[in-house]
Design a protein. Structure first.
Length: 234
């Protein structure tokens, strides 16, 4: 895909061969976010795992201490008292069969779906719709639970799911360009520390193979894995 003139000019600020320390990387990545909207800053980390093996298929959730910088529209599949619990906690849409039918009709104006275990018989048939979009509730992601108040509050506050793709890379939004360097570093610290703790026993060699951070419309900045391990105190 052809790069814009703005992208090419911005890319000149980055030394493609250099591995930047985290503090320097985030100072630079903020400078690279020159679009006329508040760009998302994304972290991409290639891990020393083989996702084909179940014990190396890393997946989980993490609560970002500084939040994500974006509003999360949340739907909850629940009934009875649990439905009221979800509503009181701040869920945007709560329902059961009627909510499933609305989604089957093409409605997908939400960012995350949570369900109580007893509603999975209703949610299950939505797998072909929600699955490809990464919206299907899953116990490993904390989106199938009876603890709805906690789940809704955490996801609204900045809890996100991460999972390694088939190439061994984890892509995680780490904040917005409008965040301060300290805020971005706080989120980075939390994410990298969480991933380090997820290292499977079967993983060989370096766990963090490559790390890069980038704004939505800008080039990536390579972060030094060794400096990162020192940064998170490992």
């Amino acid at each position: 895909m052809a790069k814009s003139r703005r992208y090419k000019e911005t890319a000149k600020k980055v030394d493609k061969e250099k591995l930047y320390e985290p503090e320097t990387a985030f100072k630079l990545v903020k400078d690279l976010a020159t679009a006329n909207f508040d760009e998302t800053i994304e972290l991409s980390a290639k891990l020393g795992v083989n996702p084909k093996h179940a014990d190396q298929n890393i997946r989980g959730t993490v609560v970002l201490p500084e939040g994500t910088g974006q509003e999360v529209t949340l739907v909850v599949f629940a009934k009875g008292e649990k439905a009221k619990e979800a509503e009181d906690a701040g869920a945007d849409f709560v329902g059961g069969e009627e909510l499933a039918e609305k989604i089957e009709g093409g409605w997908l104006d939400f960012d995350l779906a949570v369900a109580t275990p007893d509603m999975m018989s209703v949610v299950g048939r939505l797998g072909r719709i929600l699955g490809p979009k990464g919206l299907m509730p899953n116990p490993k992601a904390g989106t199938v639970t009876f603890e709805l108040e906690k789940a809704v509050e955490e996801f609204k506050a900045g809890k996100i799911e991460y999972r390694v793709d088939k190439t061994g890379i984890v892509h995680i939004p780490i904040g917005k360009a409008s965040f301060s360097e300290e805020q971005l570093l706080n989120n980075y610290h939390k994410i990298m520390d969480t991933l380090a703790k997820e290292r499977p026993a079967a993983a060989k060699g370096k766990f963090f193979r490559t790390i890069a951070v980038s704004p939505t419309m800008g080039p990536g900045v390579k972060v030094d894995p060794v400096a990162t391990m020192a940064f998170i105190g490992r």
